[in-house]
Design a binder for this molecule. Structure first.
Ligand SMILES: Nc1ncnc2c1ncn2[C@@H]1O[C@H](COP(=O)(O)OP(=O)(O)O)[C@@H](O)[C@H]1O
Ligand SMILES: [Mg+2]
Length: 504
């Protein structure tokens, strides 16, 4: 077992009414009265004969007998003499820390604690290597995402733990979600081929990741061609009409009846037989309008839906981009939707993309991929009253995708509005600062791993600080995300920035 030096001592376990018990213990801190040697949230340890008990400080209480009686304090106050000038009050101040046991680390494994630590036992800081193994971090090969919040330990989870199940990144806006995604993308880009490279498709709703296309492998110390970033503007996007079944078109229109879909299916299959090369939505409209076998009402309804779809400008003869070329190991494809104001257009693109990605991945025609979806609540909302064209497709990936590594990374500042089906499939969560009680409640319900104190702490997180829950780490862990290696250029950071720029 590792030798601890004297300065790792934090305090001594005390006997209280209810403890130490198997789950909790309290200890009196060492050090001077004003010194802070243990912080709330910090991991601590007690070495025993059968292994190291690892616990986390939940709360700290400072006591001082001299200040226990309000009347006495009041009395000295009114005399204008601070208590401190008469009595050695400082010597009587001490701090009791309450710690919650997380596990017993014994011979390289975590076992469930089955005994209480002894009163009088020494509480120490946790040895970094033990803590890293206990939390299941991979300091050598993991992703370098930041630092543990209360510890001098790098937060380097293994890629398998962080991403082989769906990941949800939740918080109020401005808390650091997108910043974290860029750090994650930097790490994924820096992975050399030997370690296995993931293919990433980012639905970039605000165009905030487009700066990544300017990063070269050389700038990350990699050889040329190690990775590729492709930036695809939403306005260039084209959905090939001949690939769309009547059902697929029906899914893009909110209320097509099954009879209308049947008529459309027949019209499309006849159109396919008459034309050799591709066709457009305008061709379908023309065909439907002249099709005497369809009732007049259906003809009119179908035409008007099809014309509406055609007016989005998103449909054409060829597929742009070609899904098979954008999904490649070591490649990030940025689908930049910042040109669009219309939610419907954004939804049509996401709906089509998710369908294609899942279809090709199922048949192993594309490699495992990670689909990063910003503003996820806009694409798979919980409410049935909202426009949600891609919802059922995203839910399908959420339910079935991880079996064949079609993986989701969903980002949302309104967790309460996000489909619960999808959220409950996200085994990994990174939760940044969040103060809305409804959102907090929803987060608490959707992830089993969070205890009440951790949930409360979410309201007090700093920008860029997150609680990781799920498979990534063995117990919920607070993390400070590292700074980016590359900063986007030309971004307006503040109102005064924006004012200065337009006042030139
Ligand atoms: N880990 C971090 N380190 C340093 N600054 C950060 C960090 N996370 C967020 N920030 C700052 O906070 C701002 C807002 O973060 P952002 O990720 O855009 O928030 P949102 O949660 O809305 O996506 C960033 O532009 C950046 O200045
Ligand atoms: Mg954001």
């Amino acid at each position: 077992m590792t030798e601890f030096s004297a300065n790792t001592r934090l305090g001594t376990v005390v006997s209280t009414d209810s403890g130490p018990n198997v789950i909790e213990f309290s200890f009196v801190l060492e050090g001077g009265p004003r010194e802070i040697i243990a912080r709330r949230g910090e991991f601590v340890s007690v070495v025993t004969d059968v292994g190291t008990v690892i616990a986390r400080v939940q709360n700290l209480v400072r006591t001082n007998r001299y200040y226990q009686h309000a009347e006495a304090v009041r009395e000295y106050q009114s005399r204008g003499e601070p208590l401190r000038s008469i009595f050695p009050t400082d010597r009587w101040q001490y701090t009791v820390a309450m710690a919650r046991v997380l596990g017993l680390w014994s011979e390289g494994h975590t076992i469930r604690p089955y005994f209480a630590v002894s009163p009088g036992a020494v509480v120490r800081k946790v040895d970094e290597n033990i803590l890293a193994s206990f939390l299941k971090l991979d300091l050598e090969k993991g992703l370098h995402l930041g630092q543990l919040s209360y510890q001098n330990l790098e937060f380097a989870p293994s890629l398998d733990r962080l991403l082989s199940k769906h990941l949800a990144i939740l918080a109020m806006s401005g808390a650091g979600k997108s910043y974290f995604v860029s750090v994650l993308l930097e790490e994924l880009l820096s992975r050399p081929k030997e370690k296995g490279r993931l293919s990433v498709v980012v639905i970039d709703v605000h165009g905030e990741y487009s700066y990544l296309k300017d990063i070269t492998p050389e700038a990350l110390g990699l050889s040329k061609g190690q990775f590729e970033v492709e930036h695809i503007r939403g306005s260039h996007f084209q959905i090939p009409v001949q690939m769309l079944s009547a059902e697929a078109i029906g899914a893009l229109v909110s209320d097509m009846s099954s009879i209308q879909i049947r008529d459309l299916r027949r019209a499309i299959s006849e159109l396919k037989n008459t034309l050799n090369e591709g066709y457009t939505l305008a061709d379908v409209v023309e065909y439907v309008q002249n099709d005497e076998k369809i009732s007049k009402n259906t003809r009119e309804a179908l035409s008007s839906w099809l014309i509406n779809l055609d007016e989005t400008g998103l449909f054409g003869k060829e597929a742009v981009p070609n899904i098979k070329t954008i999904v490649r190991p070591g490649k990030i494809a940025l689908i930049d939707l910042s040109d669009f104001i219309s939610l419907k257009k954004k939804q049509i693109i996401v709906s089509h993309l998710t369908n294609e990605l899942l279809h090709f991945r199922r048949r192993e025609m594309i490699p495992p991929f990670l689909l990063v979806l910003e503003e996820a609540h806009q694409f798979c909302p919980e409410s049935r009253h909202e426009l949600a064209l891609p919802k059922s497709r995203i839910e399908t990936i959420a339910r079935e995708g991880r079996k064949f590594y079609a993986l989701l990374c969903l980002i949302s500042q309104r967790p309460v509005k996000l489909s619960t089906t999808v959220l409950s499939q996200c085994s990994n969560q990174a939760i940044f600062r969040c103060t809305n009680p409804y959102d907090l409640d929803h987060i608490g319900k959707s992830s089993e791993g969070i205890d009440r104190p951790s949930l409360d702490a979410i309201t007090t997180l700093e920008i860029g600080e997150a609680l990781f829950v799920g498979e990534t780490v063995s117990v919920p862990t607070f993390v400070k995300i590292r700074g980016r290696k590359f900063e986007p250029t030309g971004v307006l950071k503040s109102l005064s920035d924006a004012m200065r720029k337009s006042d030139r």
